[in-house]
Design a protein around this ligand. Structure first.
Ligand code: BTN
Length: 241
């Protein structure tokens, strides 16, 4: 990680990273901000990014992978961030497919992967990571579903230390993924998965689907089993327990 850009206030680290990609930024270029005014989440949602309390960062990578493999990078990142948080806080950290990190059932981390491809090979990927680190309270609409590391741990977390851990874990897991493939990541992801073996409701853009989450396949696609025992791949959805 030779190029780390620290910013006090940005619209979104994803936007800053996109600009750097356009200027030819290399794999491992990082943007970290203390505050975002236009933090964005998945599915066009807003991501609450107040100053001084969170880790709002984007990692640029240019992997030699096919477009259909790109969602695997989200799972690689989730494993890296989950490991880093557990190294620093000793808290029990779970992953909800595909990319939420939960502690005691509430969300502490969101991951947003955005990419450019031409037309079937990946050109660049911007992995956005938002970590609720030292917030002591949340807006009403988030209270029930979100928490922060400091609220769960009962003390402030050193953001620099956690960032270093994330970069360290991401670096070796990303290398392992590129050299050994997703099969190396899959068991690490599954060991922390909170949805597997549970009945879930999957909300996709087209339908609402109920089923038992039985695992992920070798591509990282979620597999849901319906009441007739038929297995359905889920490529993109919101999962509720
Ligand atoms: C989600 O909806 O769960 C994903 C949230 C991703 C938030 C991070 S914060 C850093 C980066 N910049 C953004 O604007 N979003 C991502």
């Amino acid at each position: 990680f030779k190029h780390v850009h620290f910013k006090d206030n940005v619209d979104s680290t994803q936007i800053v990273a996109q600009r750097l990609v356009n200027e030819g930024a290399h794999t491992g270029t990082i943007v970290i901000a203390n505050e975002q005014t236009l933090g964005r989440g998945r599915l066009g949602r807003e991501w609450f990014s107040p100053p001084d309390t969170g880790i709002w960062m984007s990692i640029i990578v240019r992997p030699e992978i096919e477009l259909r493999e790109a969602p695997q990078l989200t799972l690689v990142t989730a494993v890296a961030v989950a490991r880093a948080i557990s190294n620093v806080t000793d808290l029990e950290v779970g992953i909800k497919w595909p990319n939420d990190i939960l502690i005691n059932g509430k969300k502490v981390v969101g991951i947003l992967t955005e990419m450019q491809a031409d037309p079937d090979r990946v050109n660049s990927v911007i992995i956005g990571i938002g970590i609720n680190t030292n917030q002591e309270k949340f807006p009403n609409e988030l209270k029930k579903i979100a928490t922060s590391l400091s609220m769960e741990k009962g003390k402030k977390i050193n953001r620099a230390e956690l960032i270093i851990q994330i970069l360290k874990e991401f670096e070796w897991l990303y290398d392992a993924y590129l050299t050994m493939g997703f099969q190396f990541i899959k068991p690490l992801w599954e060991a922390r998965a909170v949805s597997i073996g549970k009945r879930v409701k999957a909300v996709t853009t087209k339908e609402v689907f109920y089923g038992m989450a039985i695992g992920i396949d070798d591509q990282g696609v979620l597999l849901l089993e319906d009441d007739d025992g038929k297995i359905h791949p889920v490529y993109s959805a919101d999962i509720n327990h």
